[in-house]
Write a protein that binds this ligand. Structure first.
Ligand SMILES: [Fe+2]
Length: 198
C-alpha cells in the first residue's frame, strides 16, 4: 500500500466510544435478533442489514482519512461487536481470519473488494456494492480493500466479539505463518496480500 500522507493519530476514545444514542438504537436491533448466546451468520447478516437501513445510525461514524483505514465501534456487548469501517483509495487489509468469531460484513457506500485466498497462488474477487453482504464462520479467511467511494463504507458484525485476528504472512522462504493480533489493532498490509496481487 502506498501512503502518501502522514498517518493521522487516532483517538481510541473516539474509536471505542460510540454516541450513546447510536449504541442504544443499535442495541435494540441486536435484541430483535432474539439470540440467547452468540449470533450465527444468518442473524449477523440480518443485523447488519437492519443497521444499514438506518443511515442515521452509521453515517455519523464515517471518517474521511486518506492516511489510513478508519473504524468506529457502533455497539458491543458480551456476545457481539459491530463496527463502521471507512475505506479510502489504497486502503485495505491483508488476508486474515477472525479467530473464534463469526462475521457478517455489508457494503453500505461505495465499492469494496473482498478476496479469498486460492492456493497455490491467487484469490477470488468479489466486488461489494451497497446492499451486498458476505458472511463467514470461525476460520473464515479474507482480505478486503477499497475500490470506489471517498470513503467506501462497510458494516462489520462479529460474534462472539472480535478478540483476536490471525494475519497471514509469508517469510523470505515462502513459508506461510499465522500471526495472532489483537482484534482491535488495525490490520496492516504486510501480509500474503502482496504475493497474490491485486
Ligand atoms: Fe475481516
Amino acid at each position: 500500500m502506498v501512503r502518501s500522507e502522514a498517518v493521522v493519530r487516532q483517538e481510541w476514545w473516539d474509536v471505542l466510544r460510540p454516541p450513546a444514542d447510536l449504541a442504544q438504537q443499535c442495541g435494540q436491533l441486536v435484541s430483535q435478533q432474539q439470540a440467547e448466546g452468540p449470533l450465527d451468520q444468518q442473524k449477523l447478516s440480518q443485523l447488519v442489514r437492519s443497521i444499514a437501513d438506518k443511515p442515521e445510525l452509521w453515517k455519523p461514524l464515517v471518517v474521511v482519512d486518506p492516511s489510513r483505514r478508519r473504524y468506529r465501534l457502533i455497539y458491543e456487548d458480551d456476545r457481539i461487536d459491530v463496527w463502521v469501517l471507512s475505506w479510502m483509495p489504497g486502503q485495505g487489509t491483508g488476508f486474515h481470519d477472525h479467530d473464534h468469531s463469526e462475521v457478517a460484513l455489508m457494503c453500505v457506500q461505495g465499492t469494496i473488494l473482498e478476496k479469498q485466498m486460492m492456493l497455490p497462488t491467487g484469490a477470488s474477487r468479489i466486488e461489494m456494492t451497497p446492499g451486498y453482504v458476505r458472511t463467514g464462520g470461525a476460520g473464515y479467511i479474507h482480505a478486503v480493500s477499497h475500490i470506489e467511494g471517498e470513503p467506501a463504507v462497510s458494516l462489520h458484525a462479529y460474534s462472539p466479539p472480535l478478540i483476536h485476528v490471525g494475519q497471514y504472512v509469508v517469510d523470505g522462504n515462502g513459508i506461510l505463518e499465522r500471526q495472532i493480533e489483537h482484534g482491535r489493532r488495525e490490520l496492516m498490509d504486510h501480509t500474503i496480500e502482496s504475493i497474490v496481487g491485486e
